[in-house]
Each structure stands twice: as C-alpha cells, then as structure tokens.
Design a protein around this ligand. Structure first.
Ligand code: NAD
Ligand code: MG
Length: 406
C-alpha cells in the first residue's frame, strides 16, 4: 500500500480518538521519555499516563510514575523490582519488571505508545504495542533497522497507526501529507554533522567519548549522541525512512546542515522542493505525534530566521565519516545486513563509551563484523522477531571477539 493511502486511511481512524488520550512511554526516563512527559505535563487535561518503563533508574521511574499518576510502572532490570516496590508502597500504581514487564507495558491499552527505549532491546515491547492496533510513535529507530520488514508487516497486520517521532521522519511525514510518493523525486534528510564536522582525520582518531557526547545542537541520550558523531545515526535514519515510507534507497539522500533547522527537503518531479523547519527541540516532533492529525502547543523556541541570518548546506564527507556509506551498503544489501550492523554498532558504541576502543575503531569493527557475518552466511533475510534477535545476539558475540582481539 502506498504511504499516502495509509495516511488517508489513518486520518479517518484518528477521528475516533477520544478527548483524553491515554499514553504509555517505553523508555520514560530517557531523553525522549522525559521530553514527552514535559509536554504532557503542560497539557495535563488532555492526557492520562497508562504505563511508564525504565531500565535501571528506579528512583527516577518511581518519581515520574507518582508525579504523572501512572497506572503501571516497569523496571527492566529485574534485580530492582523490590526497590521499585518499596518506592511505590502506599500508591495504587501496579508494578512490573524484566522483559515480561516491558512487554506487558507495551501490551497495555493506550491510545498512543511512545516507543523510546534505546536499541534493539526495545524491539519486543514496541512490537507488542504495535500488535494492539493503536497509535505507536516510534523514536526507537533501531527497531526498524534491525527488523524492518518483520516490524512493518506487524504494523499492517494489526492495522496500527505508526507515526515517526524521529525529527527528520516526522518532518517527512508532514511534507508527504501533501502529495503522493510517486510524485517524489528525492527525500533529503539533513544531518548536523556532529561535533567533529570541522575536525581533521588525524584529530578524529584521538576523539574521546566526552568530546563525542558534546552534540552542537541536540541534547540526547549517550548512544544516539555517539551515532551522530560518527554519522551512523544518519545511516540508521536512511534505513528507517526506507521502511517507514516504503521508498527505495536510490531516492534517499543525506546532506549536512549544521544549524539543524531544516529537517527534511522533499523534491518533486516538477522542480518544487518542500522543506520542514523548526528549531532543534524534540518536543516539536513529539507534539506532532501526540496531537496528529491536529496540532498542540510546544515550548520549542519560535523560529526566527532573521536572527539566524543564514542556513548552510554541504555534502557529507564519507572519508572522515565512513559509517554513512557502510549503512547505505547494508541498506542496499538488505536481508539481515542492517540487523547485524545495528547490533555491532550498539556494542562498538558501548565499548567506545567505556574507553575500550578508539573513536575510529567503532566503524572499523562494525565493518569487520559485517564481513565475518557475510563469510558465515548470516546476512540472509529472516522472517520472525525471534530470528532477528538470534542474529542480533550472534553479531554481539562476533563483536565481543573482535574487541578482545583489537
Ligand atoms: P536514552 O538513553 O536517553 O533513554 C533510553 C531509555 O531506554 C531510558 O528510559 C532507559 O531506561 C531505557 N533503556 C535503556 N536500555 C534498556 C533496556 N536494555 N531495556 C529496557 N529499557 C532500556 O535514549 P534517547 O536519547 O531518549 O533515545 C531513545 C530512542 O529514541 C533511541 O532509539 C534514539 O535513537 C531515538 N531518538 C532519540 C532522539 C533524542 O533526541 N534523544 C531523537 C531521535 C530519535
Ligand atoms: Mg533524527
């Protein structure tokens, strides 16, 4: 089905959403989770929190569950169940833990589930939310990179309303509302270029996690900040766009735009180019997902183009940032290549953050892992979530050995 057909169908479905929306947040203590709760607190009369989840940060989860009057709170790390129980003693908030609890949080009836766990750890809970057939606002891009076709077929099967929460993809969604996909010549996704945009190759070799975490425009969780500094984030986003909008890799392109004000540009066959602009604040795409097909207020600073004076664009430098090309070749190769690449990248980023490998080792190790997986014939397509996660596990083992040998 064409993306625009889906859009029309979803528009009519949306009209049935009641005035007070119930919302679940998978990954409530993270950057996307807390930004979502900030928006919800500003429009408290419109929303009611169903479930909130976190991995280890039990005190913050308990605090958020109490402040936002959640019905169900889940801690991913099972060893922290008792702690959560004692924090929430005397309240009527139900408690869960471990993967079972996270999946139950996804399965809770909510008008909208914000899928904002980081990495492929979010796959099962997010799929469970999709299976309920309501709205899922997807920030957890690794779900689509790891399990694109399997994930999208679950969306169709459940007739769920999948909305992109990633800023570029929410931007594309807004622009595409106005036209047909077959009229589109190219979808251009912008990238800030990250903190090392102006660094020489030699300087990049010595980049530390602390420097890589200092994103020039966005305040985000650690993993996505590192992905932004290697440009792997843009590679993941191309794969995300391919699945979300059913568009071939050849019609997708990345350009560097250091101000992060233009989030996408869509060029049509008649020469028109339509862009979406906003100051870089995730509360804009989150508000878009919460209120769609309407709009709601967000505290994002209004865009002042006169103050900004200039918006600049440049081509990505794939010599200094080879992760982008690596992701494009995984996208073109298809099958399980994006899944293996994603798992390898998650492990390599964690090793870099732990000071175990260097910045340039991240992409080198991911590439090596893909080569090894290819030699072992692991890049074939798979058809189930269990198979996706088994390959994810295999890739993590491969990377573990590569890091040990490094
Ligand atoms: P974060 O690290 O700030 O938060 C991650 C959340 O997931 C936390 O609540 C954490 O407790 C939970 N979590 C971590 N590991 C888990 C596990 N193993 N099991 C269960 N829960 C776990 O991450 P973030 O920056 O909010 O990013 C979340 C997702 O949104 C990522 O997929 C990211 O790519 C995407 N995204 C983020 C931004 C942003 O501005 N932060 C923008 C676009 C897309
Ligand atoms: Mg993005």
């Amino acid at each position: 089905m064409q993306f625009s057909d889906r859009l029309q169908e979803k528009n009519s479905h949306c009209a049935t959403v009641t005035d007070i929306q119930t919302v679940s947040i998978l990954g409530a203590t993270g950057s996307i989770g807390t930004n979502t709760l900030d928006l919800i607190a500003r429009s408290a009369d419109r929303f009611q929190i169903e479930s909130l989840t976190a991995y280890k940060n039990v005190s913050q989860l308990a605090k958020l569950a109490k402040v936002h009057n959640a019905k169900f709170a889940v801690i991913g790390d099972e060893t922290k169940y008792k702690e959560l129980k004692s924090y929430l003693a005397g309240t009527s908030i139900e408690i869960g833990s471990g993967e079972t609890g996270l999946i139950e949080a996804g399965a809770r009836q909510a008008d909208c589930t914000i899928a904002s766990i980081i990495g492929s750890a979010g796959l099962r809970p997010s799929i469970e939310a999709v299976r309920q057939g309501h709205r899922v606002a997807l920030a957890n891009k690794e779900c689509l990179v790891a399990a694109g076709d399997v994930f999208m077929s679950e969306v169709s099967l459940a007739n769920a309303e999948l909305l992109p929460l990633d800023s570029e993809h929410a931007a594309i969604h807004q622009v595409l509302c106005r036209g047909m996909l077959d009229e589109v010549k190219q979808i251009i996704i912008t990238a800030s270029g990250g903190p090392f945009r102006n660094w020489t190759a030699k300087q990049i070799t010595a980049a530390t996690p602390e420097q890589a975490l200092r994103h020039p425009n966005w305040s985000m969780g650690a993993k996505i900040s590192i992905d932004s500094s290697t440009l792997m984030n843009k590679g993941l986003e191309l794969i995300e766009a391919h699945h979300l909008f059913a568009i071939e890799p050849e019609r997708l392109k990345v350009i560097i735009h250091p101000q992060s004000v233009v989030h996408c540009l869509i060029s049509y066959y008649d020469g028109s180019v339509i862009a979406q602009m906003a100051n870089p604040d995730m509360r804009t795409p989150i508000a878009y997902c919460l209120a769609w097909p309407g709009r709601m207020a967000s505290p994002t600073e209004p865009l002042d183009l006169i103050k900004l004076q200039s918006l600049t664009f440049e081509a990505p430098d794939t010599e200094r940032f080879p992760a982008l090309d690596l992701a494009i070749s995984a996208l073109i190769k298809g099958g399980s290549a994006p899944n293996i690449m994603n798992a390898a990248n998650e492990c390599a980023v964690a090793a870099f953050l732990a000071h175990e490998i260097s910045f340039t080792d991240i992409t080198r190790i991911v590439e090596k892992c893909l080569e090894k997986a290819d030699q072992q014939n692991l890049l074939q397509p798979v058809g189930t979530i269990d198979e996706v996660l088994a390959l994810d596990h295999e890739a993590r083992q491969l990377v573990g050995r590569l890091i040990d040998q490094n």
